[in-house]
Design a binder for this molecule. Sequence first.
Ligand SMILES: [Zn+2]
Ligand SMILES: [Zn+2]
Length: 425
Amino acid sequence: MTDELSMEPLRAPTGTHDLMPGDSARWVALLGVFAALAEKSGFGLIHTPLFEDVRLFRRGVGTETEVVGKEMYEFTDRGGRAMALRPEGTASVVRAFIQHHPIPPFRAWYATPTFRYERPQAGRYRQHHQVGVEVLGIADADVDVEVLALANDYLQGLGLSGYTLRLNSLGDAACRPQYVASLREYLTANQGSLCEEHKGKISANPLRILDCKDERCRSVSVGAPTMSEALCEQCAEHFARVKAGLDAQNISYFLDAKLVRGLDYYTRTTFEVTLDLGEGELTILGGGRYDGLVEVLGGVPTPGIGFGSGIERVLLACDRQDVFAIQPTVPMVYIVDTTDGAHARDLVASLRKEGLIAERAYGNRSMKSQFKTADRSGARFALVIGDREAADGTITIRDLRGGGEQVVVARDALLTSLLELAAKN
Ligand SMILES: [Zn+2]
Ligand SMILES: [Zn+2]
């Protein structure tokens, strides 16, 4: 085994990818956009373990879901405990809320990898990444609007447009059971027309069938009763308030009666943001209310709402729309020191303290070779220190763009001169 390993070049595991400096500039910028919006809206960063007791996800996401039933990374640790890598963002936040009982309302944002053992294919990773928010302790429909507005501001902040916010209400414990019963009745009457998988599985979870991608199920779904027609008075009021709030902020939405989540603790407002990229709809964000989840996970009944959004998918959408093209940071100055490098050492330190992005050459290389790296670095200016500058206490500033103009300045006038030169063009 050891020999075999030493022959094979080591690579990132199938379905994962390395995010390298340069490419990561967009991630840094995206996280900056998201964090700024979330913090401004009263959310604080939460960071929970990447692995948890497997029961958290079985209960909190549901064993019937594909992600937990078929795709979760599960393992037994050395102590014999059944663990799983996080398949999604919400369950861990709710677990932490229950464990630490902060005074509600509780608002948290996160940026995290999530893991799904999927068949690798374009745009599907076994480790992908999400940003998201959760609000716990507020049942008011106005907070649904705040969360949706934050989602919208985030996507707009990246420059995305033309996406569709799909909105639905799933009702609650008072009105959903009745709806599910009438849906089951309808589907049973049309059982023969459903797909192979669903012909025999109606009673387990009739809502799932509305979400089935098979043509046969889809055509049966068209005539199915919808949840929005069956909402109780409180749920209907809640939904009306959400829509009014979105209207007031000019956030457009599409009422999608087929937008369902099969588990009982998902309640009322549910939403997805999709984008048509020509080769099918790409879901770039999804979320909703989960007023029953805290209780399911062993906490005091507490309403909750949130969303998650896949970073890779959002950046794919940005690529297709040619927006949010962030250039990697380049240094402002590159120090070329042809004495013994001590000037470069000290100058880099002091310029960085001043907030400038400064780089230097190492290892006493020739002036020519140092200039080559300076050019490659993309720096705006080269700061040259040779024997003459060292003796005079000066620095030669050379503009690396355009005509290569240079000026000699006194050491203590360096910063002012740099800022002046940079402001010139
Ligand atoms: Zn089906
Ligand atoms: Zn209701």
